[in-house]
Each structure stands twice: as structure tokens, then as C-alpha cells.
Design a protein. Structure first.
Length: 432
């Protein structure tokens, strides 16, 4: 019996030892698993920290790179803007030919707008002196006859005058002195005003279609000049004012082009019909005829394109066999040709006054230098077109620091091109 108990105890102890060994093995395995798990968690944490650190470093590097590149780009844009005003056109990747025309026309449009604003400002500065001398003339006329009145016509009345333009004044007289001739009335006015301190000189021109009294004021009156005529049935100054206003209303570009063409004729000294030049009225009739004949085309054209087309058109116009007959009042529905060919050649250019019923009233009968004026128009247009051929080289040479046109005034080139016509020796000899 005792032996059996001992055997049972031995078996129990063996199993207990075996179980304890298993438990220890399991505990050891669990501990190892826990250690591995903790190590894995630590590695995962380290990897996440490293990832975040790498991302932050990359973002910092990218930010620095962007800032550096943005600074370089800004600096480059500023340099380009300083050298080339048409950088925006380059960025649009226009072809060279399209870019050239686009740039030249837009540049010339801007120059014309600047010229227009400058001309208006300069004329505004002289308005005080011009109004003062106008009232002085009226006061002197009242010394001759208290019922005499004056009316202003011409470019000054429609705000199309240059700073050097004359003031055109018409005297409206009463029946009391109706029997006096216009020249006698102007002579009486000269006798009244010639001793006034603001008068620098007077001259009566009697070889024109109607007598004209030219008055030049001194520096006190800013050198203002006046052309004074006497009203009669032939005088169409007031009607001309209405016609000009109507044209400006129909064609807004007419105002800018009139001022610009008047200035071109003025600086080339070809605006005086008494010395073979083209009068402002004659030039305006040429411009009116152009607008009337090409009324549909000019609606879609910019001012710069119209200017160059007018210069080319009249620069190559045959005044010897074609006369100009502008229409007024103008009816767009009537497609009558304003440029009419003749069977014989004319001795002088023929530009018919639409305000006078007689077809023989030629406004340009004294314009002996019309061929010279035509040549001046051609040279003026070529001075602008010249840039269309050379701007391609400037675009290609952009990186080579070629001279920029961004601050270049194309109108200045045009004005410089016509200046030599002022002092041409052949013209002084009467050859041209």
C-alpha cells in the first residue's frame, strides 16, 4: 500500500514538474513576444518620426526653392519690364509678324492718344488769352458801330485748334454800313486797333476769294493770331462748323486724325495756302471724303490703321486726273463716288467745297505744292512701317540687350521724318 502511494507521489511530482516547465516556457515565450511587440512599436514610432522629419525637411527645402525661384522670376520680370514693354505679348507666344503689327498699331494708338491729350491741354492753356483778345476785338468793333457783332468759326469753335492756330472771326454787320465793302470795313478796323499795345502787326490780304484781315498779337497775348473776315452770302464758316461737328459725331476718330494731320502740315510748314500749302479746310475735306468713301471699312479699323491708310491713300493719289467731291449733308445710304476721274488733266488739285453749290469752287486752287505734300505723306507713313520690318530683329535679339521700343514714341519718328520738308531748298526756289 505504501509503495503504491509513493508511486502516485512520484507520478504527481513528475507531472507537476512537467507543468511548471511548460508554464515557464509559455511565460518565456510571452515575455519574448511582448518584448518583440514593444520593439516593433518603438520602431514604428521611430519610422513615423523619421517620416515626419523628412516631410518637414522636404517642405522647408521646397519653400526655400520656391522663394528663391520666385525672387529670380520677379527680378527677371522687372528687368524685362524695364527693357521691353511688350513682355506680355511675348508670353502669349505670338508669331513675329503678328506680334510686330499688333505691337506697332497698339503703340501708335497710345502715342496718338497721348498727342491728343497734350494738344487739348496746350490749347486749354491759351483759351484765356484767346477769349480776352476776342472780346478786345469786339470792343473795338463797337467803336465803329455798336451794333456790330462777331462769330467765331473754324477749328477754334469746334475745339480742333492747335496751340499755333489762328482764331477765325466773322464780322456780322448791320444795314447802317452795309454799303461799305468788306475791305473798307477791315481797313477801318485796322485804323482803330493798330495803336493798341497788344497788337504786334496787321495785314489785309485782298487777293483771296474774300478779303482777310490778319492780326498778330504780342507776347502779352501769347502771340495769338486772328483771321477776320466780313459776312456775305459767300461766307460758309458757320456751316463748316456744323459739318465738322456732324463728322465728329458720326466718326469719333475724325477728331484725333484732324488734329494730327493739321499738326503734320504745320511742322512741315505746308499748311499755308497763300504760300502753296494745304489749308486746314482743304485737309479736312480730304479726310471727310476718305471717311465717306470708306465708311464701312473704317468702322472696324483702329485710329492708327486709319492714319496710315490715309497717308498712303493720299500719298499716292492722282490729283492730276481725279478730283475730290465730298458730300454734305452726307447720306450713308447713297453710294456716290467722292473721287471722280476727269478726261483732262488739272493744272491744280481739285477739291470741291460741298457747302457751295457752284462746282467751280476749288478749295485747293492755291495749293501749288500738292506733289510735295504727297511725298511728305508717303515719307510719314514709311517712318512708321519701318519699325514693322526691324522689330523682328529686336524680338530675336531680346537676350542680346537690343534697344527697346517700350518708351519709344512712334509719332516722334513720324514728326522727325516730315521736318526736313520745311526747309527744302528746291521748295524755296519754287521747283516743287
Amino acid at each position: 500500500m505504501m509503495m503504491m502511494i509513493d508511486n502516485l507521489d512520484m507520478a504527481y511530482n513528475e507531472k507537476k514538474a512537467k507543468y511548471e516547465a511548460n508554464i515557464q516556457e509559455i511565460s518565456k515565450t510571452l515575455s519574448e513576444s511582448r518584448r518583440i511587440s514593444q520593439k516593433s512599436e518603438m520602431l514604428a514610432h521611430d519610422r513615423e518620426a523619421d517620416r515626419k522629419r523628412c516631410i518637414a525637411q522636404i517642405e522647408k527645402t521646397v519653400a526655400k526653392f520656391k522663394e528663391k525661384e520666385a525672387s529670380k522670376l520677379q527680378k527677371k520680370l522687372e528687368e524685362q519690364k524695364a527693357k521691353e514693354s511688350y513682355t506680355e505679348y511675348l508670353s502669349r507666344k505670338y508669331s513675329v509678324s503678328i506680334l510686330s503689327k499688333e505691337y506697332i498699331m497698339s503703340r501708335l494708338d497710345k502715342d496718338i492718344d497721348d498727342f491728343y491729350r497734350w494738344m487739348k491741354l496746350e490749347s486749354k492753356k491759351l483759351r484765356l488769352q484767346r477769349e480776352k483778345i476776342k472780346h478786345e476785338i469786339l470792343a473795338q468793333l463797337h467803336r465803329i458801330d455798336p451794333q456790330l457783332e462777331i462769330s467765331v468759326y473754324g477749328s477754334y469753335s469746334v475745339d480742333l485748334s492747335l496751340p499755333t492756330s489762328d482764331i477765325d472771326i466773322i464780322i456780322v454787320f448791320t444795314q447802317r454800313i452795309f454799303r461799305n465793302t468788306p475791305q473798307a470795313i477791315l481797313q477801318r478796323l485796322v485804323e482803330v486797333i493798330k495803336h493798341e499795345k497788344y497788337i504786334a502787326g496787321t495785314k489785309i490780304i485782298s487777293n483771296s476769294s474774300m478779303p482777310v484781315l490778319r492780326i498778330e498779337c504780342n507776347e502779352e497775348m501769347a502771340g495769338v493770331k486772328l483771321d477776320i473776315t466780313v459776312s456775305d452770302n459767300r461766307h460758309k464758316g458757320i456751316e463748316c462748323v456744323e459739318m465738322t461737328r456732324r463728322m465728329i459725331e458720326i466718326f469719333p476718330a475724325f477728331e484725333r486724325l484732324t488734329l494730327l494731320l493739321k499738326y503734320i502740315l504745320r511742322i512741315s510748314d505746308l499748311n499755308d495756302p497763300y504760300h502753296g500749302g494745304l489749308s486746314s479746310y482743304g485737309m479736312m475735306l480730304l479726310l471727310i471724303a476718305y471717311f465717306e468713301n470708306f465708311c464701312k471699312e473704317v468702322k472696324d479699323m483702329r485710329v492708327s490703321e486709319i492714319l496710315l491708310d490715309v497717308l498712303n491713300f493720299y500719298g499716292n493719289f492722282n490729283f492730276a486726273t481725279t478730283f475730290v467731291a465730298a458730300r454734305y449733308p452726307w447720306d450713308p445710304s447713297r453710294r456716290e463716288c467722292v473721287f471722280r476721274s476727269a478726261d483732262t488733266e488739272f493744272d491744280v488739285p481739285m477739291v470741291i467745297d460741298p457747302l457751295v453749290t457752284a462746282t467751280t469752287n476749288n478749295v485747293t486752287k492755291s495749293t501749288g505744292f500738292m506733289n510735295y505734300i504727297k511725298k511728305m505723306f508717303r515719307v510719314a507713313s514709311k517712318s512708321v512701317y519701318h519699325h514693322c520690318s526691324c522689330i523682328s530683329h529686336k524680338i530675336d535679339g531680346y537676350e542680346n540687350k537690343e534697344e527697346s521700343l517700350s518708351d519709344h514714341c512712334l509719332l516722334a519718328d513720324l514728326f522727325a521724318a516730315v521736318l526736313p520738308f520745311k526747309n527744302n531748298p528746291y521748295r524755296k526756289l519754287g521747283v516743287l
